[in-house]
Ligand binder design. Structure first.
Ligand code: NAD
Ligand code: UDP
Length: 319
């Protein structure tokens, strides 16, 4: 039984990860300030004897008495509406101070630590598909910079702690991931489109909907995270984790409407600033080093996610 710390553990990915790690027989400490996370995401495991929840902001340093073998460092808002605007400075602090605080903890506990980095380190990419050696095209003074540059700085801190302090690190760059335990209010495209269609509202397409994204189902991504953590110490990444299937946002909207039915129409809205025009991971490295490749295609993943949101919306309606 390993003793595993998950920061950001009440969020979408973190809660899926915590449940999987508990089901595999580990002891899990989940640490979160619940900024975008929800205790509801942890309802299946909150009373499990091997699970502990600690409310804590990763911007602040941390002391833990427990021994820790592995740290999955996920704490950070991931949806543009959650990390921009009045949350921008907090987001940079979360990325930078959060990385330092948990790298220090990893050093003290002699634990391996994995960073949930992001495809956003590639910015609005000029190379397509994106592989790990591409250095990106980020607007360092734009409205997404708090997140993009925050994660880039977190990556650089991880590599410096590895070089200077011999901390065992793992860095994954996650591309758009969706599935059960997303918050209906989260604001990302998959949750917005499904909830809008289920409520019979119009589907909000930002811009013309010609921008592309590659969508990975959550179970596939959790497999990749765990495989990365368990890979040999000399493989530190960064490694792209995502599903290379690429769709325009308009195609996604049409798929969602076709699956849910109803009267929703497409409503075209302003495109947010610096919105990347295309995204597709080159996952050759993950295939080679982790023997990992996504198993769930967009149609299958959307069906599972629609079922989840139907229940979410129904249970909210009853309250
Ligand atoms: P999420 O918003 O659902 O989860 C983030 C969690 O971090 C939440 O529980 C939130 O409360 C917590 N958090 C935020 N700031 C914190 C702080 N200062 N202290 C403590 N907890 C804090 O998002 P997610 O999709 O689950 O993303 C998890 C991680 O994966 C993030 O680091 C994100 O950057 C990364 N990621 C996700 C995606 C994706 O498509 N889901 C893509 C790329 C990267
Ligand atoms: N998007 C959209 N309508 C929405 C939400 C998002 O058209 O209601 C677009 C958004 O502009 C972006 C894409 O969908 O081009 C993915 O957005 P998301 O917020 O999910 O992730 P990210 O931009 O971080 O990839």
């Amino acid at each position: 039984m390993a003793s595993i710390l998950v920061t950001g553990g009440s969020g979408f990915l973190g809660a899926n990860l915590c449940e999987r790690l508990i089901n595999e027989g580990n002891k899990v400490i989940c640490l979160d300030n619940n900024y975008t996370g929800r205790m509801k995401n942890l309802e299946n495991i909150i009373n499990h004897p091997n699970f502990l929840f600690i409310k804590h902001d990763v911007i602040d340093s941390v002391q833990l008495n427990e021994s820790i073998d592995e740290i999955y460092h996920l704490a950070c808002p991931a949806s543009p509406p959650a990390y921009q605007g009045k949350a921008a400075i907090m987001t940079t602090k979360t990325c930078v101070y959060g990385a330092i605080n948990f790298l220090e903890l990893a050093k003290k506990k002699n634990a391996k630590i994995l960073l949930a980095s992001t495809s956003e380190v590639y910015g609005d990419p000029l190379v397509h598909p994106q592989n790990e050696s591409y250095r990106g095209n980020v607007n360092s003074i734009g409205i997404r910079a708090c997140y993009d540059e925050g994660k880039r700085c977190a990556e650089s801190l991880f590599f410096d702690y590895h070089r200077e302090e011999n901390v065992r690190i793992k860095v994954i760059r996650i591309f758009n991931t969706y599935g059960p335990r997303m918050d209906p209010k989260d604001g990302r495209v998959v949750s917005n489109f499904i909830c809008q269609a289920l409520r019979g509202e119009d589907i909000t397409i930002y811009g013309q909907g010609t921008q592309t994204r590659s969508f990975c189902y959550v179970d596939d991504l959790i497999d990749a995270m765990i495989k990365m953590m368990q890979s040999p110490d000399d493989f530190v990444g960064p490694v792209n984790t995502g599903n290379p299937g690429e769709f325009t946002i308009k195609e996604l909207a049409e798929k969602v409407i076709a699956k849910i039915g109803g009267n929703s129409k497409l409503r075209y809205c302003d495109l947010p600033k610096d919105d990347p025009t295309q995204r597709r991971p080159d996952i050759s490295l993950a295939k080679e080093k982790l023997c990992w490749c996504p198993q769930i295609n967009l149609d299958e993943g959307l069906d599972k996610t629609i079922e989840y949101f139907k229940n979410e919306i129904q249970s909210r309606g009853k309250k």
